[in-house]
Write a protein that binds this ligand. Structure first.
Ligand SMILES: [Fe+2]
Length: 233
């Protein structure tokens, strides 16, 4: 199983997850680029789905379904643990991760995860659902994945995210290395790196707890600390 990233719009990222002959398209805003890539690799795009139903993620669905034999899989009908299969017996596991929206989903593959607008490289999505506890639970589920898991997000917000991370944790020694490794042509990081730089995942770090203490913010429980980081920074 492999994954190819496609950039479209200002900063959106979509993906083809593929095996030898078949592919699943996720957030296919770059539908023409996906079709070209699939032709070059002799892949049949069998499925089209989304990380959530925001228009910038679903905008390529119709075009891709029309131009290929792909089946549209409505992401709102998927259930936790369900597997979307490729024709070599491998598949993508669906993780329901409500928070950014109530219908937000991540797709776990072989050594990587497609995270949509739930987890970005160096930041997290907005909690548009208003359910901060659900968002916290979703993010802590992702944080428990193996550290070498590659994070493939729904947007490239790395530049602004790092500026913000420097304001939140100015003394974080890991920010420079992360910034140096950033490649706008292939936007990816490992979960272990996110745990070192992404301020919204660092609610258990002593430096973040120190920052919350400086500002006299609630920090007793993990969720209080997460909420304080989300609401203040
Ligand atoms: Fe979104």
């Amino acid at each position: 199983m492999d994954i190819q990233q496609f950039k479209y719009g200002a900063d959106n990222l979509g993906y083809l997850v593929y095996s030898q002959k078949s592919a699943i398209a996720i957030d296919p805003g770059a539908s023409d680029d996906m079709i070209r890539f699939a032709a070059e690799k002799d892949l049949s795009i069998d499925m089209v789905t989304n990380t959530h139903t925001h228009a910038d993620h679903t905008q390529g669905n119709d075009a891709l379904v029309m131009k290929t034999n792909a089946r549209f899989v409505d992401c709102t009908t998927l259930s936790h643990g369900q597997v979307l299969g490729l024709n070599d017996g491998t598949g993508l596991e669906v993780l329901l991760t409500p928070g950014h929206t109530m219908d937000s989903i991540c797709f776990k593959g072989d050594g990587f995860i497609v995270t949509g607008d739930t987890l970005f490289n160096a930041t997290v999505g907005n909690c548009f659902s208003g359910d901060l506890l659900a968002f916290f639970n979703s993010l802590t589920m992702l944080m428990a994945l193996p550290g070498d898991t590659l994070i493939y997000a729904g947007h490239d917000y790395v530049g602004d995210a790092l500026k913000y991370a420097r304001i939140i944790e100015p003394n974080n020694p890991n920010l420079n290395g992360y910034a140096a490794a950033y490649n706008p042509d292939h936007v990816v990081s490992r979960l272990s790196e996110e745990l070192l730089v992404n301020p919204y995942l660092r609610f258990n770090s002593s430096s973040m707890i120190g920052r919350l203490k400086e500002k006299n913010l609630p920090r007793e429980t993990q969720f209080q600390r997460f909420s304080s980081v989300m609401e203040v920074f």
